[in-house]
Structure formats: structure tokens, C-alpha cells
Design a protein around this ligand. Structure first.
Ligand SMILES: Nc1ncnc2c1ncn2[C@@H]1O[C@H](COP(=O)(O)OP(=O)(O)O)[C@@H](O)[C@H]1O
Ligand SMILES: [Mg+2]
Length: 394
């Protein structure tokens, strides 16, 4: 088929033609919208957690679009690790606040808007992002302590105070939330906690790896219970078929049953893999309907693409000691082996492997699903490593 017409969307955060299997998650957001519209108090904020490639970013963006369509005050940031990441996240919040405030000022007649703008302006200065001028004086007392959690609370109090009259809410969406620095993470949690006690219509909606709820609990012991945690995972059989069929149908193409069954099976029903195999069969097939033979050729092409795009970059980022650790994990039958089992396999003490384990967690390649256990954050990474090691040894 013509590559230019490929309707599949493999890639990080690329919105799929058909957002399949996430209706319940969208409903969770809609419930918040309804509460705000009816002037009921706020409900629990939402966390989306799951492995890489399951569709958290796409879902978070869909939630943001929905909230924005309801005229919610929305700010979205993507967290990243390290000092630079911490600076970037603060600036992104400030910039997002200014952008949302401008949009709000343009369409609102509420008298209190001036005060809100002055507070936002102060907050920007307080986090070192004073270049975003709102053209208003900053409030000398609001959001100007220089202490992030207090200043954030001032902003949220003043913004949600204004929004309340319009029956909308203020939401900060945080992607890759597990990478947020401790100070900002704590500030967001404390502010969310304060909001629920004061009935402010304010929500933090986060997306991140399965380690995220644990991270929150470490930052503040009460944090995990504050959020509605929605685990985003693989799709079921029927949903997986729709991911393949619907985009093709829109282009007037279709699958023969053996082709569909084969691609659903080899994708493990992971959204990203489905998109990659969908794209592969589209590109290599001379015509539609796609046949079982097309699907087998697409398997090879799709796998090569996955190896190159999804796995290789991650494998190349690890040190020899970390590779050894990952290799031992890949040999385990259990999806989440104990650290002790890995150590035994390598003939080492669990303690001596501590640094490699910690670095891999830090790099976001593995996480601890339970105390003392370890698992890959990337689906299929174990098999990839096994293939890689066999190649290197052979
Ligand atoms: N619900 C879905 N239905 C179909 N495709 C999806 C769905 N969610 C995500 N995708 C596809 O999966 C891939 C990964 O999505 P992304 O949101 O980046 O995952 P994550 O943020 O969890 O790593 C993208 O190619 C996207 O188009
Ligand atoms: Mg993502």
C-alpha cells in the first residue's frame, strides 16, 4: 500500500486514529467535569500508571483536550530527571499558568481576575521565570515567599477561587511524573491535599511508570491514598483487533482473518506494538485485503523496527555491569523475579548488585513492582535482551 497513506501511528505520544479501550479512564475525568459543572465539591485526582508504550501519554493528552474543551484551566508539563529537568518543570508550570491566564482574561468578565493574574505573575517570578510578562503588577504578598509549596498553594487558591464562579476547575497534568524532582512533587501533593480540604477545584492528573504510586508515598505518606490510580495496560483481544481494523477501514482496506489473528498475537496486545505491526503490514502489502502471508512478512519488518526504535536506544544506554544485571533478569522465567534470585544467578550478593539495580531504576528501565522484586518497564525487553545476548555470544 502507499506509505504516504499509512494510517497507523507508532511513536511516543502519537494520537491514534482510534483511541481504543480507554472509555472507563475518560469516564473518570468526565466525572470530575460533571462535579465541577454542578458545583459539587472536588473528587479524587487521577494517576495513570503503566509500562512504556501502553498509551499513557496519548490518554493524558486526550484528557487534557477534554478538560480544555470544557474551558477548564489546564497546564501540562512533562517531567524529566536531574537539575535541568527540575528547572524546566518549574518554568513549564509558570509558562503554562501565564498562557492559561491570558486565555482566561480574554474571555472572562469576572472581577477577581486581576488578582489572579497578579498572583500568577508573582509565582512566575518566584520560580525564576520572570520573562513571561502578563502586563500586570505582581502581587507583593501572594505567591512570593520563594518557598515552592506555599507559593503554589497561593496560585491554586486564587485561580480556583475565580474558576469556582464559572463552575470549572484548574488541572495540572504531569507526564512522566515519576521523574519529577522531590521538591516539586511534594509541593504538588501538599497543594492537592490542601485543595481537597478546602474544596478548591484543583486537580493534579499524572501519568507515569508503575513505580509512580510508590514514589508519591515516599514523598508524602498520605499521597498514595489521595489519588485514584488507574492502571493502563494491554488491550483485550477485541480492542486489539479494532486498533488494527479501524484505521485500515477508514482508508478502504481490510484484513483477512489469519492476518489479523497473527498480528494481534505477536503484538502481545500492546498498543505501541499494534501500531508498529499495523504500519508494517500497510507498507509491505501489495494490496488489500491483507493476507496471513503479508502478516508473516510484516512480523519481520515490524520486529526490526521495534528493535531499532524501541529497544536498541535503551540497551545502548546501559553500562556493562547494568547489562549483566538485565541479562540475568531476561533469563528468569518469572516476570518479576526477586533481587535475591538475580544475585544467585550471577553468583553475587544482592548488596553488591545494589548500585546496578539502583541505576537501572533511575534510568527508568526497571522498577520494583513489590518490595524485593524487580521487573522491566518496557514490554518485551527481556526477549529483546535474550536475542541480543544470543547474537553477541554466537
Ligand atoms: N488506546 C489506544 N489505542 C490505539 N493505539 C494507542 C492507544 N494508546 C496508545 N496508542 C499508540 O501506542 C503508542 C504509545 O502511546 P504512548 O501514549 O506514547 O504510550 P506511553 O506514554 O504509555 O509510553 C503510540 O504509537 C500510540 O499511537
Ligand atoms: Mg508516555
Amino acid at each position: 500500500m502507499q506509505a504516504a497513506l499509512d494510517p497507523y501511528t507508532p511513536g511516543s505520544g502519537k494520537p491514534p486514529q482510534a483511541l481504543v479501550g480507554r472509555d472507563n479512564d475518560i469516564d473518570a475525568l468526565d466525572a470530575l467535569i460533571v462535579r465541577a459543572a454542578r458545583g459539587l465539591g472536588p473528587a479524587r485526582p487521577i494517576l495513570l500508571t503503566g509500562l512504556r508504550g501502553v498509551g499513557k501519554t496519548v490518554l493524558l493528552n486526550a484528557m487534557m483536550d477534554r478538560a480544555a474543551a470544557e474551558k477548564w484551566f489546564t497546564v501540562k508539563i512533562e517531567a524529566s530527571r536531574g537539575k535541568a529537568g527540575a528547572v524546566r518543570a518549574r518554568r513549564a508550570i509558570a509558562a503554562g499558568l501565564v498562557r492559561a491566564s491570558m486565555a482566561y482574561r480574554a474571555r472572562s468578565a469576572v472581577a477577581a481576575v486581576g488578582r489572579m493574574l497578579a498572583t500568577v505573575s508573582s509565582f512566575s517570578v518566584s520560580v525564576g521565570a520572570d520573562s513571561f510578562s502578563l502586563g500586570v503588577e505582581r502581587d507583593p504578598v501572594r505567591a512570593s515567599t520563594g518557598s515552592l509549596d506555599l507559593d503554589l498553594q497561593d496560585v491554586v487558591a486564587d485561580v480556583s477561587g475565580v474558576l469556582e464562579q464559572e463552575r470549572v476547575a484548574f488541572v495540572i497534568l504531569v507526564d512522566e511524573m515519576q521523574d519529577l524532582d522531590g521538591e516539586l512533587l511534594s509541593a504538588l501533593i501538599t497543594t492537592q491535599h490542601e485543595a481537597s480540604q478546602r474544596d478548591w477545584n484543583f486537580y493534579v492528573i499524572g501519568a507515569g511508570l508503575p513505580s509512580l504510586p510508590g514514589k508519591l508515598a515516599t514523598a508524602k505518606s498520605y499521597a498514595e491514598r489521595m489519588f485514584l490510580v488507574r492502571r493502563i495496560g494491554r488491550l483485550n483481544e477485541a480492542e486489539s483487533r479494532r486498533v488494527l481494523v479501524e484505521p485500515a477501514e477508514r482508508m478502504g482496506a481490510s484484513f483477512e482473518e489469519p492476518a489479523l489473528t497473527h498480528l494481534v498475537n505477536i503484538s502481545g496486545r500492546y498498543p505501541y506494538f499494534l501500531q508498529e505491526f499495523g504500519s508494517a503490514i500497510w507498507r509491505i502489502s501489495p494490496r488489500s485485503p491483507f493476507t496471513g502471508a503479508d502478516a508473516r512478512r510484516a512480523e519481520a519488518v515490524g520486529l526490526a523496527q521495534l528493535d531499532a526504535m524501541f529497544f536498541a536506544a535503551r540497551w545502548e544506554r546501559v553500562t556493562p555491569a547494568e547489562r549483566e544485571y538485565l541479562g540475568a533478569m531476561a533469563e528468569e522465567v518469572d516476570d518479576s523475579p526477586t533481587s535475591t534470585a538475580i544475585a544467585a544467578r550471577l553468583n553475587r550478593s544482592a548488596q553488591s548488585l545494589g548500585p546496578a539495580r539502583a541505576n537501572l531504576i533511575n534510568k527508568g528501565l526497571i522498577y520494583a513492582p513489590q518490595r524485593g522484586r524487580i521487573a522491566f518497564t518496557v514490554p518485551g525487553f527481556g526477549q529483546y535482551i535474550a536475542r541480543q545476548m544470543a547474537q553477541e555470544q554466537g
